[in-house]
Design a protein around this ligand. Sequence first.
Ligand code: G6P
Ligand code: MN
Length: 441
Amino acid sequence: MGNKFVMVGGGSTQSPGILEVLRQRAKELNLTDLVLYDNDEERVSLLGQYTKMYYGETGSPVHVSYTTDIEEALKDANFLFMQIRPGLNKQRAIDEKICLRNGVVGQETCGLGGFSFAMRVIPAVLEIVAKAQEICPDAWILNYTNPEAILSEAIYHEFPDAKVLCICDMPVSIEGAIAKYFNKDIHDLTFKYFGLNHFGWWSAVYDENGQDLLPQLREDVLTGKIDTLLISNEETTEDQYWIDTYKRMIQLFKRFPEYFPNCYLQYYLTPDDMVKEDDITFTRGDYVMQGREKRIYEECRRVIAQKSAKDSSLHAGVHGNYIVDIAYAIIHNTHERFTVNMMNHGAISNFDVNAVVEIPAYIGSHGAETINVGEIPTFQKGLMEMQKAYEKKTVEAALTGSYQAAIEAVMLNKTIPNYNIGKKVLDELYEANKQYWPELK
Ligand code: G6P
Ligand code: MN
């Protein structure tokens, strides 16, 4: 029997990259059945029709279908790839603007943009995981949905025994850039990384001889030999946001040279610069809507109208390959090393045992076994503790509808300077998200 894969949020603009990798690697995954599921009928029908033609005309034996019926989608599923976005990028842009107008970070995973997204997405994702526990309890759920940091905290606590892995492609993307800098194959390097999702650091990068390359990278940065890393992720090499972000990541490393930072720390350590550089009339959400979103659905419409995908092609990049690599490791029990979000349970010895952290793990057919990190230094630990408290309070607010929990979460977010601003942004976000957030009392 072959494997049935379900793309939950199959109508998403992030789907095409994954669909292409699944097509190319179907045989090694023993993939025979692919279902695009989404509650957005128009989008899933566009991408679903496109994918059927594209797979068919490229000779793929995989059976492709699409549906808005979750029960039908989940029946007999072996893998769920989940990435959903209640409110779409439209709501993302609204949140960004509310935050920026008040002088604070609006990014969709950091700052209060992330808080707002979490309030929309937590109930929706938990509902899907609950459904999966009912209909296909043996299926593996690989979750890419953002804000992954907060969401993973909710999922692992609500469903401690479910077969879920919460992942993000940012660590592997940056590792690819580091490997490229040293002219190495990423598979020959061993990365020591710890933190929370979009909030972590590399403490060492070992080459195949056991030599740590991080001191060399540090020296090259501190002496001014380099001021950026080349982006290894083909999807983003020409995207000015990512070009600037990689530059700022090197700048952050220069300012805090102990460990190499995940680029998303720019929103916490230099929030004022990030707000200044953002364009309130054209935010990242706007950029994605007018770029990727428009391009993808227009291409679907074109292909559907001409009844052939012969002159169309999708692009396989890091994002698609990473999630498929993990599915592969589960199917073939490879025990390969990946960076994932998992319960700490002592892996970071001086951090909350009951908190989700982003650390390396070996992945096999039984899931992920985390690797011991040991003690982490005071600076990173202090930042992580406040951020973790913020994440936990956000989950509480989403699950209980407590306004008090919400305002406490907001105050724990490092991007919020004081109560007056925190409360004002919270209230404005709530007003703009009435149809998506749980009711707050
Ligand atoms: C990286 C992050 C994801 C994030 C994406 C942003 O891949 O790891 O968490 O969603 O970048 O993409 P976008 O183009 O939507 O800003
Ligand atoms: Mn991510």
